[in-house]
Design a protein around this ligand. Structure first.
Ligand SMILES: Nc1ncnc2c1ncn2[C@@H]1O[C@H](COP(=O)(O)OP(=O)(O)O)[C@@H](O)[C@H]1O
Ligand SMILES: [Mg+2]
Length: 319
């Protein structure tokens, strides 16, 4: 068996809390997790779940209260680990008056490249993240999406094997998110391992080989998006049009979502015929009946609380 790209063993972090900072608050609680070489791994969780804390621990920016981790077999406490990793922080800050090329040149000096190497490498990199024509524009003129791509270029400048990205898609419009997704996918095709945090579940569902869900510092589940969403929801969705002047029974009306003159309700599979009977009773026109395909979002909401039609329907079912 090959060594996992990332091995996380009981990683725990307490931060001082309270006015005198004497109390401690556990922000990451005994996280154990492996990420395989070549995977795109999504680290999901609501705000405050501990995602950034985990990424900072894994990139050696802060130190664990307990536990340990290895990246490609090297302990996160070993400075040599840094050659193997790239990191895009959450909301990176770059000096406004630098151009993208100057910014990358600055980081490339740290990595010890010669001038000629830097030139060639930065040219290729700018092309690769879609900034081929924007290399000499000052960063203050960049859109959020362009800045994020410049940040990713910085993270992959030294060709790291394992790339950590903290919320790489947040604040981007659909086009920007697509561009970042394409870059991440390109990294996978080159055999790199990408570990990124996000709260945009649709992006994770499209992109990730596996995801982990973190909530209040605790791991709630790990698996392929398809595996994770194959949890039994057994709900059916009915699409129908209401008949004017015919009120729906209260139980159905409460869960009905209306849009464009149509109504949707999700009901547990076992209650389908009963619901159809009731709808027929108020002369609703049934347009379709289909099984609810659970999404990562359903799973997520179920794990971290909250709810939507499908998860509510699933709850109805559980005694
Ligand atoms: N430097 C810090 N000092 C004290 N508490 C912190 C610090 N950084 C994060 N926290 C707390 O740790 C928890 C997890 O934060 P974070 O890792 O940033 O979550 P996420 O990235 O998932 O939104 C939050 O409750 C946050 O307030
Ligand atoms: Mg964060």
């Amino acid at each position: 068996m090959t060594t996992p790209a990332i091995e996380i063993l009981g990683l725990t972090k307490d931060y001082p809390a309270g006015f005198w900072r004497k109390r401690l608050r556990r922000s990451l609680d005994n996280l154990t997790l492996n990420v395989e070489e070549g995977e795109i791994f999504g680290f999901l969780g609501p705000n405050g779940a501990g995602k950034t804390t985990t990424l900072k621990l894994l990139t050696g920016l802060i130190f664990p209260t307990a536990g340990t981790a290895r990246v490609r077999g090297q302990s996160i406490e070993d400075v040599r680990m840094h050659r193997a990793i790239g990191y895009l922080p959450e909301q990176p800050y770059f000096y406004d008056y630098l151009t993208a090329r100057e910014l990358l040149d600055y980081y490339a000096r740290f990595a010890g490249f010669t001038r000629a190497e830097r030139r060639a490498r930065i040219g290729r990199l700018l092309e690769r993240v879609g900034l081929g024509t924007a290399g000499d524009v000052q960063l203050r003129k960049f859109s959020k999406g362009m800045l994020q791509r410049a940040g990713i270029a910085q993270a992959i400048l030294h060709d790291p094997q394992v790339i950590f990205l903290d919320e790489p898609m947040s604040g981007l419009d659909p086009v920007g998110r697509r561009e970042v997704r394409d870059i991440i996918y390109g990294l996978k095709q080159q055999g790199r391992t990408v570990f990124f945090s996000t709260h945009i579940l649709a992006d994770a569902e499209m992109l990730c080989d596996r995801v982990a869900v973190l909530h209040q510092g605790k791991l709630m589940g790990v698996g392929a998006p398809s595996e994770i969403v194959s949890i039994e929801i057994n709900a059916m969705e009915i699409l129908f049009e209401e008949r004017d002047g015919q009120a729906l029974p209260a139980a159905l009306a409460a869960s009905a979502a209306r849009s464009g003159g149509r109504c949707r309700i999700a009901v547990p599979e076992a209650g389908l015929y009963d619901a159809l009977e009731q709808l027929r009773g108020c002369q609703a026109r049934i347009l379709s009946v289909a099984p609810v395909r659970p999404t990562l979002e359903d799973y997520f909401l179920r794990m971290v609380g909250g709810g939507n039609a499908a998860s509510r329907a699933a709850e109805v079912k559980t005694p």
